[in-house]
Design a protein around this ligand. Structure first.
Ligand code: ATP
Ligand code: RIB
Length: 310
């Protein structure tokens, strides 16, 4: 039996249909693109793969459809060494899909059709209850039903990490249960009710912390990330490395997967190093096209993470 910490994801799997074009289309506009790819995505699976590629012992609790994509998706998870005991196939429904447009400056637009992801339910959580109870960290997002995540969080004795994406505002009960809350700037803005930027981030993070978590994190794209921890009552900005972005799709997922991994494998490190390392992993991922394919296979910690106390 391996003694590695257990990283469990309750979340989504989507097949990503991605077009690349010089810029994003305006409403009603048709553009000529330069490339089309089909790949494996979905925030839940992306975060699980990010953790698995960094050497985490990972488990995926999710649903795919009974189409060819469902079969291929399960094979994809296995190829990263992810445990798929609790990955189920839903009959007469399609695997989730995402339609993604990527511009040459790396920006993206995404529409998802959840399909089988909408069928992840409480009996799936009951079936996996021993695993969930013993998870060192349980990660979830908002591409699967909120109540399913709620039931899983109630069972879990470890760290409960919520990536509240894509944002839904009626998630008070989930916020009260999670230990770590991670959102990007637009998601944070929706949660706190004002436009969040680096100048008001301390106020925004304090409001997020007041929803019930112990650690609130806002990712800031090329400006890195900022966090507020109730352990030491400190609010800190971690600037990130300057890189040339090629495709930012899944950057948030790379961050969350790395964060979850380092929170349980690097417990003795100060939190600014863990978040600095998650930023490094995510920044690396934006320099390569795609989501899961862009996540690094290893990460080496150093001692000189840049941080600014706010
Ligand atoms: P996405 O929805 O594109 O997956 P997100 O909006 O959830 O991403 P971001 O805040 O854009 O999340 O980015 C997450 C992390 O990725 C950042 O904290 C940063 O470390 C890294 N990152 C994103 N964009 C850039 C960039 N242009 N240059 C360097 N790092 C970046
Ligand atoms: O965060 C990126 C992911 O969002 C994509 O892989 C897509 O599937 C959507 O879920």
């Amino acid at each position: 039996m391996s003694s590695l910490p257990k990283i469990v994801v309750v979340g989504s799997c989507c097949v990503d249909f991605t077009t690349y074009a010089p810029r994003l289309p305006n409403p009603g506009e048709t553009l000529h693109g330069t490339k089309f790819t089909t790949s494996f995505g979905g925030k839940g699976a992306n975060q699980c793969v990010a953790a698995a590629k960094l050497g985490g012992k990972t488990y995926m609790i999710c649903r795919v459809g009974d189409d060819d994509w469902g079969v291929k998706y399960i094979e994809n998870l296995k190829s990263f060494g992810i445990d798929v005991t609790h990955t189920k196939t839903t009959r007469d429904i399609t695997t989730g899909i995402a339609q993604i447009s990527v511009a040459s400056n790396g920006e993206n637009q995404i529409v998802i059709v959840p399909g089988a992801n909408n069928h992840l339910n409480n009996s799936d959580i009951q079936d996996a209850q021993e695993l969930i109870k013993n998870a060192d960290v349980l990660i979830s997002q908002l591409e699967t039903p909120d109540d399913t995540t709620y039931q899983a969080f109630k069972l879990c004795n470890g760290i409960k990490l919520l990536n509240a994406a894509p944002m839904r505002t009626d998630i008070k009960s989930l916020l009260e249960l999670c230990t770590v809350l991670c959102v990007n700037e637009p998601e944070a803005s929706q949660l706190v009710g004002f436009e969040v930027n680096l100048s008001n981030i301390k106020l925004a993070l304090k409001e997020l912390l007041d929803t019930g978590c112990k650690l609130a994190i806002i990712t800031l794209g090329d400006k890195g990330a900022a966090y507020f921890s109730s352990d030491d009552n400190q609010c800190i900005h971690i600037p990130c490395e300057k890189v040339k972005p090629v495709d930012t799709t899944g950057a948030g997922d790379a961050f969350v997967g790395a964060l979850a991994t380092f929170l349980v494998t690097q417990k003795d490190r100060p939190i600014h190093q863990i978040i600095g390392a998650a930023c490094d992993v995510a920044s690396k991922s934006v320099t390569i096209e795609g989501t899961q394919t862009s996540f690094p296979n290893k990460y080496t910690f150093h001692e000189n993470y840049n941080y600014i106390v706010l």
